[in-house]
Write a protein that binds this ligand. Structure first.
Ligand SMILES: Nc1ncnc2c1ncn2[C@@H]1O[C@H](COP(=O)(O)OP(=O)(O)OP(=O)(O)O)[C@@H](O)[C@H]1O
Length: 459
């Protein structure tokens, strides 16, 4: 999606704009003025940011070929221009026109607005990172993407596994094909089977029509099996057969159907342990993990917090049409120290909530913390006190007393127990408060139970 942005120009402003957009993780096709030809550039450009030279500024017909391209949003950047000429450009098909001395921030906004409008950046998040380990992984995955190798993505919930799977698909020769995802934990076994394999009319009572399964729908593209470790042993054997034979049998079908797809699987469980304990077939395990990537939790790549926080702030400001100067220094400090048990998903939810609730110019700690949390339910006067209590509850430590630093998994467990206490054991509400999925919460509780960390009396 991202390569659909082009930029033409040689002025300092254009270069600064290019840098600013790249810092947001956007990929840009860039041409110097003398290198660009109106007649040959990628067909799939959705937005072209184009700097006018003096000749072009005085004579809009010189841009005729660009202006008449229906599917291209053209943003023109220019030095002083007469109102009459500016209107002429817009009439002839330019989408927007800005002066080169417009502040960079506003130029960026105009570009982001058009990207939103063209759905170049709204529908999907761009996988943003500046973490050296993840950048290396992205580079390696670009190579892997060219092959058909199965990829297993492991890592905690909310770390971006599904987004990474989409990244692999977008870099693969199959990118023009479908990307089909199914969450194996979300459906009971029999439903999952019919969703995956499809069925013929009359295959079982209630099958009044023929339905293609997700595997068949992924033909020519990529199939993402989210939470593959939640699949039962019976279905695992069927999946293994598909991978071995390259064909599927619809339920109730007479003939196998050839399928060609790349498999990407994800799990946030210790899959090797699942194999050792007999819950996951070892032969299937070897088939699905030709390449394994462990996506690190957000707390282990603190540099990404700032980058992602700014990105989500921009994204949601655009969606909700609000304007903010940025974060207060306390808010930034909070973000930099908060452990994010729900990873990027939690950060994203936090920023969306902040954008909705903030009526000030800057996002402050009070906007980042959940309005339904215990601390936030206190009165206005005690707000600053409650903010510091939120910080200390989450293990944030602004002095140098090392003995107060707790291991992150302990802080995480305390946060979970507190959420359960506050919601009187209501798992869905607790998960919402924590910014994680109910499934993750269940998995965590199961793990605590196995480790004997749950007290007899409940939370
Ligand atoms: N590096 C990133 N850049 C931008 N957005 C991100 C990034 N990582 C995750 N996100 C966003 O955070 C949310 C959670 O990501 P995603 O669903 O990919 O996580 P996951 O690891 O698959 O979670 P789960 O295991 O719970 O399914 C999504 O909205 C995704 O777009």
């Amino acid at each position: 999606m991202q390569e659909k942005i082009g930029l033409v120009g040689s002025s300092v402003e254009i270069k600064l704009l290019k840098e600013a957009l790249e810092e947001r993780g956007l990929k840009i096709h860039y041409w110097k003025k003398e290198e660009f030809s109106q007649n040959s550039f990628p067909d799939d450009l959705g937005l072209l940011i184009y700097e006018l030279n003096k000749n072009e500024r005085d004579n809009p017909s010189l841009l005729e070929n660009l202006l008449k391209k229906k599917n291209l949003a053209l943003l023109l950047l220019t030095e002083e221009i007469s109102l009459e000429k500016a209107i002429d450009f817009i009439r002839r098909g330019a989408r927007d026109l800005k002066l080169l001395n417009t502040p960079l921030e506003l130029l960026e906004k105009a570009v982001l607005y058009l990207l939103e409008e063209r759905r170049i950046i709204t529908t999907e998040d761009i996988f943003l990172t500046q973490d050296p380990r993840l950048l290396k992984i992205l580079g390696a995955l670009e190579e892997v993407a060219k092959t058909k190798a199965s990829v297993l993505l492991t890592g905690e919930s909310g770390t971006g596994k599904e987004l990474l799977a989409k990244y692999i698909h977008s870099k693969s020769p199959r990118k023009g094909g479908p990307f089909i995802a199914i969450n194996c934990a979300a459906l009971p076994e029999t439903l999952l089977e019919s969703e995956l394999f499809g069925f013929e009319k009359g295959a079982f009572s209630g099958a009044n029509y023929k339905k293609k399964g997700k595997i068949e729908l992924a033909d020519g593209g990529t199939l993402l099996l989210d939470e593959i470790t939640e699949m039962g042993l019976n279905l695992q054997s069927k999946l293994l057969r598909v991978l071995q034979e390259g064909e599927i049998d619809r339920l109730g079908g007479y003939h196998p159907i050839k399928v060609d797809f790349r498999l990407i699987s994800t799990t946030n469980r210790d899959i090797e342990r699942e194999v050792q304990e007999g819950r996951f077939r070892s032969d299937l395990f070897y088939r699905i993990n030709v390449i394994t990537v462990k996506v690190p939790p957000l707390r282990e790549r603190r540099g990404d917090v700032k980058l992602l926080a700014k990105y989500f702030l921009e994204k949601f400001s655009l969606s909700y049409q609000k304007k903010f100067k940025g974060f207060t220094s306390q808010a930034m400090q909070f973000l930099e120290n908060y452990p994010f048990p729900g990873n990027v998903r939690e950060l994203k939810n936090m920023l969306e909530r902040a954008v909705i609730t903030c009526l000030d110019e800057e996002i402050d700690v009070k906007h980042l913390t959940d309005p339904f949390s215990e601390a936030s339910l206190k009165t206005e006067e005690s707000q600053s006190e409650s903010v510091s209590s939120v910080l200390s509850n989450t293990g944030t430590n602004f002095d140098n007393s090392f003995e107060e630093v707790k291991p992150l998994d302990e802080i995480e467990r305390e946060a979970i127990m507190k959420a359960l206490r506050l919601t009187k054991g209501h798992k869905a509400r607790a998960a919402e408060l924590l910014g994680i999925t109910v499934r993750t919460l269940r998995n965590k509780l199961k793990e605590y139970e196995e480790r004997g960390l749950l007290s007899e009396g409940g939370f």
